[in-house]
Design a protein around this ligand. Structure first.
Ligand SMILES: [Zn+2]
Length: 491
C-alpha cells in the first residue's frame, strides 16, 4: 500500500497536478483515507504509466482488509475519492484554464484534457482497451470502435444497486451538480470531476471531457439548467459560437426526439472534440450558392445538407428555415410522415465546424416514425442488423463512427472459428449465424485474411445501418426528392 501511494504521489508530481510543496499534505490525507499507518522509512517511488497502476494495488489491499466489499462499484467509488485528494477546487481549475486561454485557446484545452487524465477522471487505461478499425465502403472509410472501456456490472454490484434507495440528486448524469458528487451503488462517483463554465447566448453552460472518450478530446457541453434537449435557432447559434470558443473543435448536438436522439434527452447538451469524422470527407452530389451561403448535398447515408459561409447569423437563420420546413415536410410515396396525430417525427442532428476560414453546418434530416413492421423505427437499424447494432444512431454514429457493444469482441472470435473450422456458435453468438454463413460463402478465406474480412463485413453492416437511418435514400428517387425539398426551401 505504502509503495503504491508513493508511486501515485510521484506520478502526480511529474504530471504537474501537484507540486513538491504539496507532498506532506497529500500523503497525510491519503494515509487517513486509506487507513494506512505512517512509518518513518518511506518506500522509494517507482515510475508508473497511469494512475490505475497504483490504484489497482491500493484497491486490492483495501479489499483484503475488508475496507471495500469486493464489488466493482465500490472500487470505482473509492478510486475517485483517492484521486480527489490531488485535485484543485473547481474555481482554481477554471482560473488556470482561462489564464492559459488568454494566451492560447489550444493550450488551455490541452492542459485541461491532460489534467483530467492525470486525475483518472478520463480513464485512459480502460479507453486503450477499445478495439478500433476502419472499413472501406461506398461512402469512404467508416470508423468502428468496439467499446471495451465501460466495465460490465458484476453480480455483486447489481445486488448492491438493487438494495440502494434511488435518489433524484443530481437529476441526471450530466447535471452540473455532479461535480464532486460522492456517488453510491446506483450512481457514478464524480469526486474528481471538474467542469469549466462558459456563456452561450444568455445562458451558462459547462465544458467537460467525457470520462469514456470515443475520439480525441471528446468534449461535452451541458447547460447549467437541467432541461430537455432541443433543436432550434439557439442550438445552431450555440454550436457555431462554440467553434469560435474552442479552436479546432467541432460541436454537434443529438436530435431532440426519441429513437433518433442520444441516450440522454432530459438534459440540454452538446458534444464536441478535436477529431475528423468520416462525414467531413464525404463527397458532394450537388451544390447551390445563394446569399453568400454554399449548400452541398452530401453523398452520405444519412440525408445531409452542408451549409458553408462566413456569417454565423446568416447560417443560423437559414438553418432554422430548413428545420421548420423539414418539420412540416411530407412525402407519402417515400413514407416520410411529419406527424402521427400530434406527435412530431421530424428533427435535425446538426454538426458545426470551422474550416479554412468558413463556418460549416451539417444538417442531418431525421425521422422517428414507427409502424407495426418497424416498431423501433423505420429510419433506425432494421432487425437483420441488430446482431451488430440495435441502439439509436446518435450524433457520433451519424458522423460515421460506430460505437459497438463489448459483447462483439468474443462473439466475432466465435464467428471467425465458425467460418474457418465449423466450430459451432454458442447460444450468445448464434445471432450472427446467417451473417456468418454469408461470409463463409466467400472465396479464398483463410487464417491470414479472416480478421480483415470480418472487420470489413462489420463495417458494411454499419454502412447498412446508416442507410436504414437515412430518410431520403441514396438512390435516384431519394436523391431527387431531397433535391426538390432543398430547392423548395431555397427558392
Ligand atoms: Zn441533468
Amino acid at each position: 500500500m505504502r509503495q503504491a501511494i508513493e508511486n501515485l504521489i510521484h506520478f502526480e508530481i511529474t504530471k504537474g497536478v501537484i507540486q513538491d510543496r504539496d507532498v506532506h499534505y497529500v500523503r497525510n490525507q491519503l494515509y487517513y483515507l486509506l487507513k494506512c499507518e505512517m512509518m518513518d522509512d518511506l518506500p522509494k517511488p517507482k515510475q508508473i504509466d497511469y494512475p490505475s497502476d497504483a490504484l489497482e494495488d491500493i484497491l486490492n489491499q483495501l479489499e483484503n482488509k475488508n475496507i471495500l466489499d469486493g464489488s466493482k462499484i465500490s472500487r470505482d467509488l473509492m478510486d475517485a475519492k483517492i484521486m480527489n485528494v490531488f485535485a484543485k477546487l473547481p474555481s482554481d481549475i477554471e482560473k488556470e484554464f482561462y489564464n492559459r486561454y488568454q494566451q492560447e485557446q489550444a493550450s488551455a484545452t490541452s492542459w485541461y484534457y491532460h489534467y483530467m487524465q492525470s486525475l483518472n477522471y478520463i480513464r485512459m487505461d480502460r479507453i486503450l482497451k477499445n478495439l478500433s478499425f476502419s472499413a472501406d465502403t461506398s461512402y469512404g472509410m467508416l470508423d468502428i470502435t468496439i467499446n471495451m472501456s465501460k466495465p460490465e456490472k458484476d453480480p455483486k454490484s447489481i445486488i448492491l444497486a438493487g438494495q440502494t434507495k434511488s435518489s433524484d440528486y443530481p437529476k441526471c448524469l450530466l447535471c452540473a451538480e455532479n461535480e464532486g458528487f460522492a456517488g453510491h451503488y446506483t450512481r457514478d462517483s464524480r469526486d474528481n470531476h471538474r467542469i469549466i463554465s462558459t456563456t452561450l447566448g444568455h445562458d451558462t453552460y459547462y465544458f467537460q471531457y467525457s470520462p469514456y472518450i470515443y475520439y480525441n478530446e471528446h468534449a461535452i457541453v451541458l447547460s447549467e439548467i437541467h432541461r430537455p434537449m432541443v433543436i432550434n435557432h439557439q442550438t445552431f447559434s450555440n454550436l457555431l459560437n462554440l467553434c469560435d470558443q474552442f479552436e479546432g473543435y467541432f460541436f454537434g448536438s443529438n436530435a431532440d426526439l426519441p429513437i433518433v436522439g442520444g441516450s440522454i434527452l432530459s438534459h440540454d447538451h452538446y458534444q464536441g472534440g478535436k477529431h475528423v469524422f468520416p462525414i467531413e470527407k464525404a463527397s458532394v452530389i450537388k451544390s447551390w450558392k445563394k446569399d453568400e451561403i454554399t449548400y452541398e448535398l452530401l453523398k452520405w447515408p444519412l440525408s445531409t445538407l452542408r451549409m458553408k459561409g462566413t456569417s454565423k447569423t446568416k447560417l443560423t437563420k437559414k438553418a432554422e428555415i430548413f428545420l421548420n420546413a423539414w418539420k412540416s415536410y411530407e412525402n407519402q410515396d417515400l413514407m416520410i410522415y411529419a406527424k402521427t396525430n400530434d406527435t412530431p417525427h421530424q428533427t435535425i442532428t446538426p454538426v458545426a465546424r470551422k474550416k479554412d476560414g468558413l463556418y460549416e453546418l451539417d444538417l442531418m434530416f431525421r425521422n422517428n416514425f414507427t409502424n407495426v413492421t418497424y416498431p423501433l423505427g423505420l429510419y433506425h437499424p432494421h432487425e437483420d442488423k441488430w446482431h451488430i447494432k440495435k441502439e439509436n444512431i446518435g450524433l457520433i454514429e451519424a458522423m460515421g463512427l460506430a460505437i459497438l457493444p463489448a459483447r462483439l469482441q468474443t462473439e466475432l472470435e466465435e464467428v471467425k472459428r465458425y467460418i474457418l473450422n465449423d466450430t459451432p456458435l454458442s447460444n450468445q453468438a448464434r445471432i450472427h449465424l446467417s451473417w456468418a454463413d454469408q461470409i463463409k460463402k466467400m472465396n479464398n478465406i483463410d487464417i491470414i485474411n479472416i480478421d480483415q474480412i470480418i472487420k470489413h463485413e462489420v463495417g458494411i453492416v454499419f454502412k447498412d445501418v446508416l442507410e436504414d437511418s437515412g430518410v431520403f435514400k441514396q438512390d435516384d428517387t431519394g436523391i431527387n426528392a431531397f433535391i426538390t425539398f432543398i430547392e423548395g426551401v431555397l427558392s
